[in-house]
Design a protein around this ligand. Sequence first.
Ligand SMILES: *Cc1c(COP(=O)(O)O)cnc(C)c1O
Length: 372
Amino acid sequence: MDRDKILLTPGPLTTTLRTKLAMLKDWGSWDADFNAVTARVRKSLVDIIHGQDSHVVVPLQGSGTFSVEAAVATVVPRDGHVLVLDNGAYCKRAARLTSLMGRRCSVLDFGDHEPVSAAALDAKLKADASITHVLMIHCETGAGVLNPLQAVADVSAAHGKGLIVDAMSSFAALPIDARTTRFDALVAASGKCLEGVPGMGFVFIRKAILDSCAGQSQSLAMDLHDQYVYMEKTTQWRFTPPTHVVVALAEAIAQFEEDGGQPARLARYQQNYETLVGGMAALGFKPFLDAGVQAPIIVTFHAPADERYDFKTFYAAARARGFVLYPGKLTQVETFRVGCIGAIGKVEMEQAVHAVALALQDMGIASGAPAA
Ligand SMILES: *Cc1c(COP(=O)(O)O)cnc(C)c1O
């Protein structure tokens, strides 16, 4: 049947029909109507973090990683030194792009099953005065761990260090308040918890550091300071905007606001998470993380111990029932991931669990339980 599959992934996500329908029009990049949409989206984004007094937002074409890379290159001086708090695959990607941007990069290692530690950061900053910026991932989408944003922001501020936050998979779902949490840059994207379509990222930059960012980026296309200055002056994007993505995001944000904003989004995802984990537990599956460190965004499950299990077959069997799962991203143990985000609710999560049960049945596996 020609029906969209439900995407239980960290993005792209399932979107509403209303969001999809917003894309059925062509827009000119010079057109005042389109530029008014961009302005409205930017205002709404700043409102979500209560950043009207402290931050601006700069949109950028491309997937989320483009904006992380642009943020590092724009905010960190060329002779800066970035410390990445590493507890997973997205942290490793952030460290790699920091080095590729020519910035000195150090890594503070943590296990992928635990949050990063603000106390360890404090000790590291005391020991190495050359560090200028701290880079953290709010929700490490690799395993699904929630990292302590407020504590890391407080320690970074106490040492007078800049803080860059990749809040890609948490923004708009988990609370982030620029009035009480100090960061120089915070990065998210259209196709995550705002439930837009993928194609643009955006970076909140602290007004107090904005001027100092001029000329720091070695990239033309990814220079967020330049993009900001041009947008303020002309109301336009510097280069061809992802017009359909922008209007879809405007429509997705309108629904986000009508639904009750961030608290309502978090409540829905929390219910999705609980429905998923409860249903999967009944099938024998065990989450990789302790519940106490888990964000209600994406859940990593241990693969079943049964020797008949193989992810590709499992994936195909769930997909045949209309649900798209996601492979694990851990190197040590075999896992798979199930997202709780997107325009889906409890009913879809119950159906997803049922699809998993039927997939196990197809494979002749009696229980999802992992090896003891
Ligand atoms: C999704 C995501 C990104 C961006 O990934 P893209 O594939 O470039 O969109 C970056 N960081 C985190 C934590 C993410 O969840």
